[in-house]
Design a binder for this molecule. Structure first.
Ligand code: XMP
Ligand code: MG
Length: 200
């Protein structure tokens, strides 16, 4: 990693830029096959999904459109409540569109479950979800996700668009930070972080 001011806070690299790139190419092949002859609308959820959308969209060799939404889920601290507020809405009319929501990470699934229903209610022909990461241990609702990059352990992850207090989004890798990066003590580290697993 090049940025040393950042890398001194990194406990472990969970996914390298190369692993992410390869997996996004695989997902793109699946999406191309499924959307052949259609023109999907990729909806990126700001801000975390910016890197995923930008790499996925360039990998996809099909006609598509892109739009962006920003939502915030009410809740205490890092725990999502499922009550969602739209901070920035789409510019696109969804009637009859094939929508593909693109996310960085699914944690409880509450945000995406709400978003999927919201977009369906606007008359989209189909609404599917693509996420780079999923935390399976934390899922609370059964939201069908068609395209998933990797399952990650129940750790707070940053990089490749994911932030802690708006920092680390510019890392090329997905990493787990040291407790000291959150104001804790690195003596709390008990062992290695479980690896990320490709979802097949
Ligand atoms: P839910 O619980 O509704 O929330 O699925 C998903 C959103 O929670 C954020 N999130 C994270 N952000 N590192 C992050 O930087 C994480 O480990 C993490 N886990 C959840 C993220 O905004 C995601 O869209
Ligand atoms: Mg997000």
């Amino acid at each position: 990693m090049r940025a040393s001011v950042i890398s001194e806070n990194v406990r472990e690299v969970l996914l390298t830029a190369e692993q992410i790139k390869d997996r996004i190419a695989e997902l793109a092949r699946d999406i191309e096959r499924d959307y052949e002859g259609r023109k999907p609308l990729l909806i990126g959820v700001l801000k975390g999904a910016v890197m995923v959308v930008s790499d996925l969209a360039r990998e996809l060799q099909i006609d598509l459109e892109m739009d962006w939404m920003a939502v915030s889920s009410y809740g205490s601290g890092t725990v999502s409540s499922g009550v969602v507020r739209i901070l920035k809405d789409l510019d696109t009319d969804l009637s009859g569109r094939d929508v593909l929501i693109v996310e960085d990470i699914i944690d409880s699934g509450l945000t995406l479950s709400w978003l999927k229903q919201n977009l369906e209610s606007r008359g989209a022909a189909s609404v599917q979800i693509c996420t780079l990461l999923r935390k399976p241990e934390r899922l609370k609702v059964d939201v069908p996700v068609r395209y998933i990059g990797f399952d990650v352990p129940n750790e707070f992850v940053v990089g490749y668009g994911l932030d802690h207090d708006e920092r680390y989004r510019n890392l090329s890798d997905v990493v787990v930070l040291k407790p000291s990066a959150f104001g804790g003590s690195d003596d709390e580290i008990s062992g290695p972080v479980e690896p990320a697993r490709k979802v097949v």
